[in-house]
Design a protein around this ligand. Structure first.
Ligand code: ZN
Length: 248
């Protein structure tokens, strides 16, 4: 019988894993986020929207050199057409073949621009389907085929390294929240022995979809404190550890 989440062995006696992820290659991630992460020696994962990286290309190259992971977030960021900005590029109108092209072309772009091949993926808007009605299909199998892991968004639980599927890693919304709210999640992860994956967008003083710079600093400081028993690392590193332990 499978044991509880706390039975999974994290490296070096750590009690939980935490990954910080940032989506869409927004310039504030480079301008405000990376300097804070680097100050703590923290490796994060950036799920890049290729059209955005040209704005800060030399800084993205430096982020790669600093050890941050560059992940795939599709080429054109298709989401449900219920978002007005995605109506002309709606998942409801996609095929699996078109989605596979999105994944492959985004990886090729990132490889050409930054010299690294994405190992993990983040579902735009956290949505995992194409088509509509009886013709709806999941594109999770495509992500499983091409990537070590696929990260969701606005999920409601920690990722359980024993029960969870690496093609659907749980992603917890970390935008627009004070440190105390995020600390509740971190402490929950150490109590359960789970993997907490935070998802943020901008870094700094934005009206919405942003992690405040002082909140990111506080999260990094808390996770770096040895007494807290946290393994803070990029999604690919944690997923590779889980896979090596025999979990998928
Ligand atoms: Zn996105």
């Amino acid at each position: 019988m499978r044991g509880d989440i706390g039975m999974f062995a994290w490296p070096n006696g750590k009690r939980a894993a935490v990954s910080l992820t940032f989506d869409d290659a927004r310039p504030s991630q480079i301008d405000r986020g990376v300097p804070i992460l680097n100050a703590y020696g923290a490796r994060a994962t950036f799920y890049l929207s290729p059209p955005n990286i040209a704005q800060r290309i030399t800084q993205w190259e430096a982020a790669v050199a600093a050890g941050h992971e560059m992940g795939n977030h599709t080429l054109s960021h298709p989401c449900t057409g219920n978002f007005p900005w995605s109506r002309a590029n709606a998942l409801e109108d996609y095929t699996l073949a078109r989605m596979e092209q999105e994944l492959l072309e985004a990886s090729a772009f990132i490889c050409q621009a930054l010299g690294v091949s994405p190992q993990t993926f983040a579902y735009p808007c956290g949505q995992k389907f194409i088509g509509r009605g009886q013709n709806t299909q999941s594109y999770v199998p495509l992500v499983a085929k091409h990537f070590l892991a696929g990260r969701g968004f606005k999920d409601e639980a920690l990722h359980d390294p024993l029960a969870g599927d690496l093609a659907q890693v749980m992603g917890i919304d970390a935008d627009d929240q004070p440190f105390e709210r995020l600390k509740v999640w971190i402490d929950r992860a150490t109590q359960a022995g789970g993997w907490l994956v935070f998802v943020a967008h901008d870094v700094g003083d934005f009206a919405r979809q942003a992690m405040a710079a002082d909140v990111l600093d506080a999260v990094c400081r808390y996770c770096a404190e040895p007494a807290n028993g946290i393994w803070l690392d990029a999604v690919a590193a944690v997923a590779a550890h889980i896979r090596a332990a025999g979990q998928t």
